[in-house]
Design a protein around this ligand. Structure first.
Ligand SMILES: [Zn+2]
Length: 330
């Protein structure tokens, strides 16, 4: 089903309205979110009012499609949340993202007893006072693996990343991103920020402070499951030069493969920079200030083969701290 005009979007929304099982439509809405989200604007209100229960769209796409919906929608969702909690209403309220919506998240939901983790898992922080805040950039870029490139290197040596490479628990460099090329990410202390790993398959978070040159120090690894003897196999992978290359960041467009709520099926795509975090695991809070950390990127371990699952990078721009975490596939 081609989506080449606003009229096609009207037909798509009509199908959603009439269909009891709309799962097959999700990829079309994801395509729309990635290419022409503005065409969805006239339909925001009707979908929020009566079709959210079958609107099978991931949170990142929902942020593109529902962004800026009128305050009437915020009032409606808040009323529904008071009557009966549904994760789709939680997602919708966060995805609208306007001042009214983010104030409602804090004032009408979390401070009236809702679990703030529901929002934090989406990358939305609810401070003690004031409105909720996005801790991610709504502007997404796909991360494409390349053989070479200078901006975003894959496979640096530990000496280039860690202030004390001998004592560091960092055993692997996945990639470094030029922060300025991920729109909406706060200004960072150095030109690049590094996504790194430790010697374990997954289920860990590596925290570090960052010095003026962007080097990581005072690293601490928190394991959900302590590494076992089987994780020692990764030692054999740790050859300098293995998997060295680069990534490139590109805006979403019509050339991507939109399938099952993601674009990972696109040849060469290994992840996303910008956008909300995965949302299926708790997101890290800064160990210095306690604030939910800002999500920069999430990629597959295949970006530079090591460990298993997703690798995500978060920063606290005020405290100059980073967190790299490793989670299973879902
Ligand atoms: Zn902090």
């Amino acid at each position: 089903m081609p989506i080449e005009s606003p009229d096609d979007v009207a037909v798509l929304v009509e199908l959603l309205e009439r269909s009891a099982d709309a799962r097959g439509l999700g990829d079309h809405f994801a395509f729309l979110a990635g290419t022409r989200p503005e065409w969805f604007r006239p339909h925001q209100e009707s979908v929020i009012a009566s079709m959210l229960d079958r609107f099978e769209v991931g949170f990142g796409d929902l942020c593109s499609l529902l962004a800026g919906a009128p305050d009437r929608c915020v009032d409606l969702v808040v009323r529904r949340l008071r009557e009966r909690r549904s994760f789709r209403d939680v997602w919708a309220l966060a995805a609208i993202g306007t001042g009214a919506a983010l104030a409602a998240v804090a004032r009408h939901d979390v401070r009236r007893g809702a679990d703030r983790r529901e929002y934090e898992d989406l990358g939305v922080w609810v401070p003690a006072d004031g409105p909720a805040r996005y801790r991610f950039s709504p502007q997404r870029r796909v991360v494409l693996l390349r053989d070479e490139g200078v901006d975003h290197p894959v496979g640096l040596s530990i000496e280039e990343i860690a202030c004390d490479p001998v004592m560091s628990p960092i055993s692997w460099h996945y990639m470094s991103l030029r922060v300025a090329e991920v729109p909406g990410v706060p200004a960072w202390t150095a030109e690049r920020v590094h996504l790194v790993g430790t010697r374990a398959s997954c289920m860990w978070t590596l925290y570090a402070n960052v010095d003026d040159r962007g080097c990581y120090r005072d690293e601490v690894v928190v394991f959900d499951e302590p590494p076992g003897p089987e994780d020692e196999i990764y030692r054999a992978f740790e050859q300098p030069g293995r998997g060295v290359g680069a990534v490139e960041l590109k805006p979403y467009d019509a050339d991507l493969v939109y399938s099952n709520g993601h674009v990972q099926g696109t040849p060469g795509v290994v992840g996303v920079a910008g956008g909300p975090p995965l949302g299926v695991y708790a997101n890290p809070s800064c160990r210095s200030c306690g604030r939910l950390m800002f999500h920069v990127t999430t990629v597959e371990n295949h970006v530079r083969e090591y460990g298993d699952g997703w690798r995500s990078l978060f920063i606290c721009e005020d405290c100059r701290t980073v967190a790299c975490n490793a989670t299973g596939w879902n």
